[in-house]
Structure formats: C-alpha cells, structure tokens
Design a protein around this ligand. Structure first.
Ligand SMILES: Cc1cc2nc3c(=O)[nH]c(=O)nc-3n(C[C@H](O)[C@H](O)[C@H](O)COP(=O)(O)OP(=O)(O)OC[C@H]3O[C@@H](n4cnc5c(N)ncnc54)[C@H](O)[C@@H]3O)c2cc1C
Length: 413
C-alpha cells in the first residue's frame, strides 16, 4: 500500500510514453482516458479523405498494456482535478494520487466563432474525421445529380482553413482525391469547376518550417492545383457561403477547419498560470510551480526552449517529455532532484500528397520524392501494432499503384 500511486490522465503520445517508461518502476499506475484507444493523430486526415480506416491508426489501450503489471487502465473522463486535495474526479468516481501527470492534449480552437464551429468540419479526432469523410463522399454523390450549375460549383468547392502541416496535408490529399479517384468514379461529372482552396491568415504556409520548405510546400500544392490564399482569414461561414476577411464571399458546402488549437478543456478548472493557446506554464522539469507532484506535458504544457520559443505542439515533444516525466518521478521517489527537459529536435516532415513531401532532417532541408518516401516509412514505423503497420503499408501500396482511396463507404454516424 506504500507504493506511490501515479495517475496519468490522457493516453495520447505523452501519457503513453510516461506509462511505458514506468513499466519497471515500483509504482502503481492508473492510466485514464475517455477513449479506450491510443490515436495516431498525424494520420487522421487520411481517415477524413477516405485513405485509411480508423482502426488502422488507433490501437486498444488494454492490448498495449496487457503485460504491464503495475498499470491499471480506466476508461473515464476526468471532470475535476483538485490539486489541494490531490484527487481527480472522474465521471462516477474519485481517485487519489501521489503523482499526477496531465497529458490531456489539445482541442480545436474556433476563437469564439460559433457559426464556423457549427458548420465546418474537423480532423481532430476519429468521430470528426469520419464525419468529414462522410460529408466529402456525400457531396460528390449530390453534385453528380445536381442540375443547377451554381449549386454544383458550390458542392465542388472545398475550403481548408489553416496553412499549418494539417491544413497543407489535408488540402493536398483532397486535391488528389478529386483528381485521381473521383474523376474515375464520377466519369460523367464536370470536374473543371472543382476547387480546393487553402486559406492562411499569415503571409506563408507552415510557419514553423524553414523558408525553403515553405516555398517548396507552396509550389508542390500549386502543382496539385490547390488555390492558396495567403493573408486571408475566414471571417464567417454559414454552410453555404464562406465570408473572407475582406468581405469576399465564396459559395461552398465544405469548410474544413485546421486553423487553431488550444489546450484541453479540463485544464480550465485549474488555478494555474496559462500561456499561449491556454497551455499550462510548467517548470523546466515539467512540474507545476506550486504543486511539484503534478506534471503537465505535451500539447497541454507551455515550456520555452533554448531559442526562447515555446516548444511546438508535436508528438515528438510529447513523447520526449513523457520519458523525462517518468524519469523525474523516479528521481523524486528516490529523494533526488528532478532534471530539466531539453527537446532534441528530430526534424520536420509534412506530406503534400503522392510523391510530394517536405523534410528537414539533421539540419538539411529537402523536398519531393525522397522526403515523401521517408514520410511514408516513418509513419508506418511509428504506428502502434504490427498488424496496423502491415495493413497501412498494403493500403498505401495499393492506392499508390492503382490511384485509389479505398475507404469510400458512406457510413451511418
Ligand atoms: C490532424 C493532426 C495532425 C498532426 N500531425 C502531426 C505530425 O505530423 N507530427 C507531429 O509530431 N505531430 C502532429 N500532430 C500533433 C500531435 O498529434 C500532438 O502534438 C500530440 O498528439 C500531443 O500529444 P499529447 O499527449 O499532448 O496529447 P494527445 O495525443 O492529444 O492525447 C491527449 C489524450 O488525453 C485524453 N483526454 C483529454 N481530456 C481528457 C479528460 N478530461 N479525461 C480523460 N481523457 C482526456 C484524450 O482522449 C487523448 O487521448 C497532429 C495533430 C493533429 C490533430
């Protein structure tokens, strides 16, 4: 009973990394997530564009931790965190902790624009990616028998908002879904009206990437016939018209919002200092300044790196912070001081579609086919589960050879 109890909320990249790293430690771990699976978010857009099945990018948590004897998984939503009382309220129960790890990630930020939130589509979780996929597939069906040319044009106009990696990947994949697959499925339909428009509020795409990769991304997307509107904000969307910042209106039935995220809602109840995007300010050791038994990491945490910039919301940051958190918990238990976290940048990668990606690895920037091959194999390698790796590989190989997106079933949600 004296074994320290570590409660981890969130089984995303960060939470999973802490739990695995503590597998041999003398601690009792309770891992809590509102979902019963770990989700590989970087490939969510592939679910949205009918390229992969949800089950190929998610893995059951109970299977992952089947052999880890010091861990109990509980599928629950954390609804209250009491830092003074050192307990977490779940829907239905209360759980006390000696050490708490908050790895709750982030959610979509619509910056208070309710109508855009109501009417647009997202790729932030499996349900949203499936809704996006169903909508995309349905809209092609509807367009195929729409006699009114203006209405058909609106149906075939797709706006992706946000020129970060997710927006770029989604826009590129959508353009290819149309030009490689839909043109074959709907051979009688006029596709000359089809448009994929990428809106970005700043004056460049993928702002966290070096200049040469931003330019390469722009060129690769233009090559795939994506229209890129820089310095352009989406001001409003009512399901039929997208209103841009300058008042221009574009008739469209599809807006996919990838333009912002903020730290998860459950953190709102904590009386702690928040920084950009609602992230919780942590010590360099990832501890909460006033509650040193509490660690916050991944997308939920705000920590500045050596260049004075906040660490990006990336899986690689969350995984590395998870390892450091596990290490620090063990150090504290032994009575030694925790150590600071330093991010080791493994490089940057983003794909723009078939044979097209941009990469910066070991300080070298490159783009095109080689970057794309690295992207493909790295993402297959990083998936959890041998079966998923094989299935995704076969799926992609098939799609590559036959120019297909195989998951084109419209399912009930
Ligand atoms: C579409 C998309 C594409 C991306 N592409 C890339 C990429 O190419 N490369 C890259 O490095 N990163 C990418 N990212 C970012 C990356 O996925 C995140 O940085 C990473 O997931 C953060 O890890 P985390 O552990 O902080 O949070 P997450 O992985 O988001 O995990 C948070 C977990 O907490 C759970 N949770 C939240 N609130 C509660 C609660 N109240 N109770 C119980 N459980 C809760 C959630 O269910 C979730 O499982 C992408 C993200 C998205 C959405």
């Amino acid at each position: 009973m004296n074994t320290p109890h570590v409660v981890i909320i969130g089984a995303g990249f960060g939470g999973l990394s802490v739990a695995r790293q503590l597998r041999k430690a003398s601690v009792r771990i309770t891992l809590i997530d509102r979902q019963n699976y770990h989700l590989f978010q970087p490939l969510l857009y592939q679910v949205a564009i009918a390229g992969l099945l949800p089950s190929q990018i998610a893995y059951p948590l109970r299977t992952i931790f089947r052999r880890q004897k010091n861990l109990t998984f509980q599928m629950s939503e954390a609804t209250e965190i009491n830092l003074d009382g050192r307990y977490v309220r779940l829907n239905g129960s209360v759980i006390a902790y000696d050490y708490l790890v908050l790895a709750v990630g982030a959610e979509t930020n619509f910056f208070g624009m309710e109508s855009i939130k109501q009417e647009s589509f997202e790729v932030k979780d499996i349900q949203k990616a499936i809704s996006t996929r169903n909508h995309l597939l349905k809209i092609f069906e509807q367009a195929s028998h729409e006699m009114d040319a203006d209405k058909r044009r609106a149906m075939l106009t797709f706006i992706v908002v946000g020129g970060g990696p997710t927006g770029v990947e989604t826009a590129g994949a959508l353009a290819e879904l149309i030009s490689h697959v839909m043109v074959k499925d709907f051979s009688g339909m006029q596709f000359k009206d089809a448009r994929v428009i990428l809106l970005e509020a700043s004056d460049h795409l993928i702002s966290s990437y070096p200049d040469e990769l931003r330019h390469a991304t722009y060129d690769l997307l233009r090559h795939k016939k994506v229209e890129i509107l820089l310095d352009t904000k989406l001001a409003d969307y009512n399901g039929h018209y997208a209103t841009l910042g300058d008042g221009e209106q574009i008739a469209t039935n599809t807006v996919i919002w990838t333009a912002g995220i903020k730290a998860a809602k459950v953190l709102d109840m904590l009386q702690v200092e928040r920084a950009g995007m609602g992230r919780v300010r942590v010590e360099s050791t990832l501890q909460l300044p006033q509650n040193l038994e509490v660690f916050v990491l991944g997308d939920a945490a705000y920590l500045v790196d050596g260049n004075g910039q906040p660490l990006p919301m990336l899986s690689t940051v969350a995984i590395q912070q998870g390892k450091r958190t596990a290490y620090n918990i063990q150090r504290i238990i032994k009575g030694t001081a925790p150590e600071a976290f330093h991010y080791k940048d493994p490089g940057l990668l983003a794909t723009i579609g078939r044979n097209a990606a941009v990469a910066r690895i070991w300080g070298v920037s490159f783009s095109g086919f080689v970057a794309w091959v690295i992207w493909v194999f790295l993402h297959i390698y990083r998936l959890i589960g041998f079966r998923n790796r094989i299935l995704v590989f076969i799926n992609w190989a098939w799609d590559y050879v036959f120019y297909e997106n195989q998951i084109r079933l419209i399912m009930k949600e």
